[in-house]
Design a protein around this ligand. Structure first.
Ligand SMILES: [Zn+2]
Ligand SMILES: [Zn+2]
Length: 563
């Protein structure tokens, strides 16, 4: 970390200061960024880091699950894509079939019109798959779902079974309300927890069993409301109990009562502020890097939730990347940049949800090479606006288009907001930038939904009995209204029996709201100056001051005192 800081100050003479074209704030681009822009052959951006990321998110969907029909077959489907999309929606198996040909929509380049207008026109003719993911069974009410079984109302999950209301979860079974966690079983309400069994209401803990309300605990069993513990059993509020005492104390803690559960959650939040020693970041086996939630990274600067990568900058959520810059939700890329949702490639730029080599301005293209401005292509080479060219003609026309785009100030920009695939208030952008306004997005050319999803057709969830003990299975057929979002929701039969078995009060908020509220904690893209709680050294940590965390430790002191 210090090496990086020194290097930054030594080269500060070569930093570039600009005014962001979107938010009008001053921002800096350092020499490391400039080196990578040169290597990837990207123009130096006109937007600050946050505005670039915000832009990419216009192509990343959070959405709201709804029923619909395929524009190809009329078959029923469930999707998170918007209600009135600008493009057709096909069922996933139809999208991947030969029932349609993206090349049939090929357009000639019109040199009198802006290229982006023509690309958008093409995009609106090409269908999108109703669901992202492959090889899942009984996971219709899910999106971005891979190799899963019997999952319900989940997003971004791999190899999971019998889970509901999870987001960004891998290898997890029989669990509800889990976010950004790997390998959990029989667990509830966990955030960034790994390799645990029957872990509930916990955050940032690993290798724990039969415990509740843990924060930053490792290898603990039968612990309640504990923090920064290692290898402990039978602790309550960081105090050691005997097995018998522990069991006696626990019997008096009412997790079945919603009111009491809320009190316990408040106590937990207060402990995070006053008692917990927080690491300056959550980086693991990571060297010469800045950012948060990095694992096995080297020379990754300003990267977040990123794994197994080298020499990357300004990256959010992804892995397996080398020599790349400005990518969001991206993996398996090399010498690439300014991408959102790209899932593989070499020298791929300004693209969304594609996998390609030596290509630019693609959207939902798979295994393509040498393509420019194409939508929905599979295994194609030398195409422009979904039309086939020879190698020679391709190079010539691409050169001409780039020249025209440069004259219009289009070249090097990301796909315009007007090509975004969802209303911004239903994009992942709202997790990272919850303060984003309709006015701001419309000004940038994007979309904002005014659709009213509120409902009065049900009882307020606050009318549920306080204790799960007083609730009957018939509750699953009762429509509930979330007091905050006014969205209608149900307690599923599986959810009811899970809560009943665990003796946990039923949730009162709509599942999307529960997920979004939790997700904000892992979505901080800015560091703030603090002094190490132990050695008083100046450190930068990813905790906004309004969180009120009082004990933040530098890496060395955390290791000495906690780990
Ligand atoms: Zn900006
Ligand atoms: Zn320290």
């Amino acid at each position: 970390m210090t090496q990086v800081c020194q290097r930054a100050s030594l080269t500060s003479m070569q930093n570039l200061t600009k005014i962001c074209a979107d938010c009008k704030k001053e921002f800096k681009i350092d020499s490391g960024d400039l080196d990578l822009y040169e290597k990837v052959e990207l123009k130096v951006p006109d937007q600050c880091f946050e505005c670039r990321v915000k832009w990419h998110f216009a192509f990343c969907l959070f959405g709201k699950f709804r029923k619909g029909i395929s524009d190809l077959s009329g078959e029923n489907l469930i999707t998170v894509l918007p209600n009135n999309p600008r493009y057709p929606i096909y069922k996933s198996h139809e999208w991947w079939s030969d029932a349609w040909d993206p090349m049939a929509f090929g357009q000639n380049y019109d040199l009198k019109r802006p290229f982006f207008d023509q690309l958008k026109e093409l995009q609106e003719k090409i269908p999108r798959s109703h669901q992202t993911g492959e090889n899942s069974t009984n996971c219709d009410w899910c999106d971005d779902v891979w190799e899963c079984k019997n999952c319900y109302l989940c997003r971004s999950l791999l190899k999971c079974e019998n889970v509901s209301y999870v987001y960004r979860v891998i290898d997890t079974k029989d669990s509800f309300d889990i976010l950004y966690s790997f390998n959990l079983q029989n667990s509830y309400e966990c955030l960034f927890c790994h390799n645990s069994f029957n872990l509930n209401f916990s955050e940032n803990s690993r290798d724990c069993i039969d415990s509740h309300f843990l924060f930053d605990c490792r290898n603990c069993q039968n612990c309640f409301m504990c923090w920064n513990l290692r290898n402990k059993q039978y602790c309550i509020r960081n105090k050691q109990y005997s097995k018998e005492e522990y069991e006696k104390e626990l019997r008096d803690i009412r997790l079945d009562s919603y009111k009491n559960l809320e009190k316990l959650k408040q106590e937990f939040e207060a402990i995070l502020k006053k008692e917990v020693v927080h690491r300056e970041n959550f980086n693991i086996r990571t060297t010469n890097s800045t950012g948060n939630y990095l694992t096995d990274c080297d020379k990754c600067i300003n990267c977040f939730s990123w794994e197994k990568s080298q020499n990357c900058r300004n990256h959010i959520r992804g892995m397996n990347t080398k020599d790349s810059i400005d990518q969001t939700f991206t993996w398996n890329t090399e010498v690439s940049g300014n991408n959102s949702g790209v899932f593989g490639g070499f020298q791929i730029k300004h693209s969304s949800w594609s996998d390609a080599r030596y290509s630019e301005y693609l959207d939902i293209c798979v295994e393509c090479e040498y393509c420019f401005g194409c939508i929905g292509l599979r295994k194609k080479k030398y195409c422009i606006l979904n039309k086939q060219y020879t190698k020679g003609k391709y190079e010539e026309l691409k050169g001409k288009i780039i020249e025209d785009m440069k004259k219009r100030g289009e070249y090097g920009e990301f796909l315009p907001y007007s090509m975004g695939i969802t209303d911004y208030n239903f994009s992942t952008g709202m997790i990272y930038f919850p303060g984003t306004t309709k006015k701001e997005i419309l000004k940038l050319g994007g979309y904002w939904s005014e659709e009213d999803f509120s409902s009065t057709d049900g009882i307020s969830s606050f009318e549920l009995p306080d204790s799960i003990v007083d609730t009957k299975p018939s509750i699953s057929s009762q429509a509930l209204i979330c007091p905050e979002s006014k969205y209608r929701f149900n307690i599923s039969a599986e959810e009811y029996s899970f809560h009943k078995r665990k003796g946990f009060a039923l949730p009162r908020l709509h599942f999307d709201l529960r997920m979004l509220k939790k997700a904000h904690k892992t979505a901080v893209l800015k560091s703030y100056p603090y002094k190490c709680f132990y050695c008083e050294k100046d450190i930068m940590a990813y905790y906004p001051p309004e969180w009120g965390y009082q004990k933040i430790a530098c890496e060395e002191c955390y290791k000495q005192n906690i780990a």
